[in-house]
Design a binder for this molecule. Structure first.
Ligand code: 13P
Length: 256
């Protein structure tokens, strides 16, 4: 397996558009966004558009190779009779460098299991895509005091097939399920506790390689709370849904 080396500068500002923005809207968004965001060497910007908008996004960013583009999901098989799915090699060939794996909506709306996230992470790395493995607890799990146990379980399963050196090339996003799309953000202190626990687990799995992995926070991040979250110890970036859909608003967040 090849490791997808990423030379990302932190903080990372990643936009997950979910099932929003077709090719036409994506082009219009990027015209506005690029007019407001010059290249900055001290941060990384990343877009995860719907797969059908990937080509339009890539095309709009041809003058800005510093901005990275990924897909929101892949199948773990490289090819075959899996109607409706996209594989890691197909995403790579279409110009993606990154892929979200195990996003909360994949896990809890589409029933994706820990084992499947592990296979997807392995498939991404094998194809030379950088996976961003998403982890996070549901509200009832938090209330039962299981946050850390859930995150550790998801990390172990998601990274199970990788060597330590390969783990150095992945990204992690901590997204508490109760904070996604709800307007209810984890406080910087709450986020920090889980980020520190995540770092501890990554280091225990992969030693020094685990120390290099950027850990992003996601869940109702917006222009008002982004600075405080990025200042929280252990937070290396943000993965943003709703607030990444408005070009001016997203430009403000990326400038923060
Ligand atoms: P919101 O920013 O809309 O809460 O979504 C977070 C998310 O799921 C990003 O992947």
């Amino acid at each position: 397996m090849t490791g997808a080396a990423h030379e990302v500068k932190t903080p990372i500002f990643a936009a997950n558009w979910k099932m929003n923005s077709g090719p036409t809207e994506s082009r219009a968004f990027l015209r506005t966004f690029l007019a407001r965001n010059a290249r900055r060497p001290d941060r990384t910007v990343m877009f995860f558009p719907p797969a059908l908008s990937l080509a339009a996004v890539r095309d709009s960013l041809r003058e800005r190779p510093d901005i990275l583009v990924g897909v929101q999901n892949i199948h773990w098989e490289a090819k075959g009779a899996f109607t409706g799915e996209n594989s890691a090699p197909i995403a790579k060939d279409a110009g993606a460098t990154h892929v979200l794996v195990g996003h909360s909506e994949r896990r809890h709306v589409f029933g994706e299991t820990d084992e499947q996230t592990g296979k997807k992470v392995a498939a991404a790395v094998a194809a030379g895509l950088t996976p961003m493995l998403c982890v996070g607890e549901k509200l009832e799990e938090r209330e039962r005091g299981e946050t850390e146990a859930v995150v550790v379980r998801q990390l172990r399963a998601g990274l199970a097939a990788l060597s330590n050196a390969q783990i150095a090339s992945v990204l992690i996003a901590y997204e508490p399920v109760w904070a996604i799309g709800t307007g209810r953000t984890a406080t910087p202190a709450d986020a920090s506790v889980v980020h520190v626990a995540t770092r501890r687990e990554l280091t225990s799995i992969a030693g020094e390689h685990g120390a290099k992995v950027p850990i992003l926070y996601g869940g109702s991040v917006n222009a008002q709370n982004v600075r405080a979250l990025l200042d929280a110890p252990g937070v290396d970036g943000v993965l943003v849904g709703g607030a990444s859909l408005d070009a001016e608003g997203w430009a403000t967040i990326v400038r923060s």
